[in-house]
Design a protein around this ligand. Structure first.
Ligand SMILES: NC(=O)CC[C@H](N)C(=O)O
Length: 328
């Protein structure tokens, strides 16, 4: 979320926690990024990192100043009291620093957890208001215990359950698709790439026969440039009865009889007519489509007629065809 967002709008998203990130400004400068102070009294768990830590300190009544003791890079933090936010830490930990300002005094009610040479308050927490912060950067690999600090905030300060799995994501998306589609029907164009294949699989799982899958070529195995698993695409395709029926209604030559790689003989429609009808101005068999020009979203063009004819008529004495547009 941008720092300019009002607390009201942030809270409308029902956040389980907020992390205030770092940034190059100084909180005491005029025009420095500020956060709607109402966010600090809303009861939402908040973690501050570097600039975010300083912004939180200032907003909660602490002091921030430039100390002249800039710290950059690997730094040793002395952990006097690991508390909850640094639980699991030893008496010292290596952290990655990048700051010129420091929190001089922690806000009232906050426990100072760690210090460094350049930062008298390098980490603090107040579990009553579910807030904590660190002067260093736990989000980079160079802070070896940074991940633990972030997990401590999420699980133990904010109390968020670590129950995210990819299976949940599928169920969630399926539910959302069902709610959005209702009893309507869906056209799902398959490019042969991974994204559209995943989207198609989700749509089909959600609404079954209400989904009409349209691979870019007329056969599933003609799809794609090797991005998606071909067998998977074939399976998806088999489960889409509407496509087969639609395909059966196509003229035989449009159904794809050519050998792979035989471009000149490729009479397949560049996209399924249903999709082309939606996308291309002039629709099915339109002039733009036949000339071998690109129709937005219509896959690769087959060679234009003119080029095919030139090739056929080429004699020994003639110049070989030039790439690009033939000159007149
Ligand atoms: N990386 C940061 O967030 C820097 C914060 C602040 N500008 C400082 O130098 O202390």
């Amino acid at each position: 979320m941008p720092h300019t967002m009002s607390a009201e709008r942030m809270l409308a998203k029902n956040p389980a926690g907020i992390i205030l990130s770092g940034g190059p400004s100084s909180v005491y400068e005029e025009g420095a990024p500020s956060i709607d102070p109402a966010i600090f009294t809303a009861g939402v768990p908040i973690m501050g990192i570097c600039y975010g830590f300083q912004a939180m300190a200032q907003a909660m009544g602490g002091t921030v100043a430039q100390t002249g003791r800039r710290e950059y890079g690997r730094t040793v933090a002395t952990v006097a009291d690991a508390g909850t936010a640094l639980a699991g830490s030893g008496a010292e930990q290596t952290v990655w620093m990048s700051h010129g300002d420091s929190v001089q005094e922690a806000p009232e009610g906050f426990t100072v957890l760690a210090t460094t040479e350049g930062a008298p308050v390098a980490a603090f927490e107040n579990l009553d208001v579910k807030m904590c912060g660190v002067q260093w950067h736990p989000e980079v690999k160079h802070s070896p215990e940074g991940q633990a600090a972030i997990e401590n905030f999420l699980y133990n300060v904010a109390g968020i359950a670590p129950d995210w799995t990819s299976a949940n994501v599928i169920d969630e998306q399926v539910e959302r698709i069902r709610a959005q589609v209702g009893s309507k029907r869906v056209i799902c164009a398959l490019s042969g790439g991974v994204d559209s294949a995943v989207a198609a699989a989700l749509v089909q799982k959600a609404v079954g026969d209400q989904a009409h899958l349209h691979p870019r070529g007329s056969r599933p195995d003609a799809c794609g440039r090797g991005g998606a698993d071909r067998e998977g695409l074939r399976r998806l395709h088999r489960r889409a009865p509407h496509h087969s029926r639609r395909e059966a209604a196509l003229p035989r030559r449009a159904r794809g009889r050519q050998r792979p790689g035989d471009q000149a003989q490729d009479h397949r429609p560049r996209v399924h007519p249903c999709v082309r009808g939606l996308r291309a101005p002039g629709g099915r068999g339109g002039r733009r489509a036949r000339r071998g020009r690109r129709v937005p979203g219509a896959g690769h063009p087959v060679p234009g007629r003119r080029r095919v004819r030139r090739r056929r008529g080429r004699g020994e004495h003639q110049e070989p065809p030039q790439r690009g547009r033939p000159s007149r």
